[in-house]
Design a protein around this ligand. Structure first.
Ligand SMILES: [Zn+2]
Ligand SMILES: [Zn+2]
Length: 349
């Protein structure tokens, strides 16, 4: 076991503070990663604040990790010391269930191991990426292509794959009309990816204030949902709507925007149940679906796709001491469009 500097939550209400996390010794199939960049995801905040259930403190969060391989176990074949790599929301799964065997680890029937606040194979609680290092089984470590600016790579490991997976699954591409609800950390990547896939992309954002950004990211159209006329004007027009908003939405209103056979897929979720009037599903044979991150193979495919198409998130780089302030800004939607922590500042803290 080794201890590495980290930023840690000690309760649901106190600010994060400098601390350390323990990492296991590198096993035969393990990769030790020196973390260089750690993205801030809204899930980090939900978890620490207890929104999704009780949490064992102290807890170090962070599941958007970019770093350099520092050490590999004797049986590791996929990564070498010095490689640029990433770790996302999963660090293990059962590897035996139907979904794991089919390469869908994110739907592991025994539950995958979350990068933080999960139960590791040794029974300890997993600790995430707001730290200078992490030890992960090589299967759950991704290659970050050279074409992706290193400091921008981390958010792809959660926000990127969470939007890429449903866009691929529901065939975003040429001739398809795709709407993205919400232009935040997930939404802005959804727009860039959907555009690169060749779809006709529309942003549906609460207000008109991000219009220029939306169009710059590759959207063909932008509509403010605060204007009720938007829902009349766009009725029956989209093949796919990707909902990235985690606040409750008037789902019936958005379902009405789907054309024949269209699907709305939610990747952001409010904790409470969402009412749907089935009659709006009957019209146009509409579907309402969900999607959870993406598999390891698909995450690699997404990283390679982003490298090929020059896609990277818009990021604001911060030192560790600004994390608490950044969290407040995430909660008030005051970020364009993802915070990334410079991990070298964990050691100095
Ligand atoms: Zn996340
Ligand atoms: Zn499994």
């Amino acid at each position: 076991m080794t201890s590495v500097p980290a930023y840690t939550a000690t309760s649901a209400t106190e600010p994060l503070v400098p601390g350390v996390v323990e990492r296991r010794a590198v096993g035969p199939r393990d990769v030790r990663v020196d973390i260089r960049w750690a993205g801030i995801c809204h899930s980090d905040i939900h978890t620490v604040r207890g929104d999704w259930g009780p949490v064992p403190y102290p807890l170090t969060v962070g599941h958007e990790i970019a770093g350099v391989v520092a050490e590999v176990g004797s049986e590791v074949t996929r990564h070498r010391v010095g490689d640029r790599v990433g770790v996302g929301c999963m660090v293990d799964s059962c590897r035996e269930c139907e979904n794991c065997r089919a390469g869908r680890e994110q739907y592991c029937l025994n539950g995958f191991t979350d990068t933080y606040n999960g139960k590791d194979r040794d029974g300890r609680v997993t600790q995430g990426g707001y730290a200078t290092g992490i030890v992960v089984d090589e299967h759950f470590v991704l290659r970050i292509p050279e074409a992706i600016p290193f400091e921008k790579a981390a958010p792809l490991l959660c926000a990127g794959i969470t939007t890429y997976s449903p866009l691929r699954r529901w065939n975003a591409g040429p001739g398809r009309k795709v709407a993205v609800v919400g232009l935040g950390g997930l939404g802005h990547l959804a727009v860039k990816i959907a555009h690169a896939l060749g779809a006709e992309v529309t942003v549906l954002s609460q207000s008109p204030r991000k219009r220029e950004d939306g169009l710059r990211f590759g959207a063909d159209h932008y509509h403010a949902t605060s204007d009720p006329a938007t829902f009349e004007r766009l009725a029956n027009s989209f093949d796919l709507i990707v909902n990235t908003v985690s606040a409750p939405l008037d789902l019936d209103a958005y379902l009405g925007l789907l054309s024949f056979g269209g699907t709305i897929v939610s990747v952001g979720a409010p904790p409470e149940a969402v009412p749907v009037t089935l009659f709006t599903l009957f019209e146009n044979q509409r579907s309402f679906a969900g999607s959870k991150i993406g598999s390891i193979a698909e995450t690699q495919e997404m990283l390679d796709f982003c490298a090929e198409h020059g896609i990277a998130p818009e990021v604001e780089i911060i030192p560790a001491e600004k994390i608490n302030e950044a969290w407040e800004r995430v909660l008030s939607s005051d970020v364009r469009y993802r915070f990334v922590i410079d991990a070298s500042t964990f050691a100095a803290a």
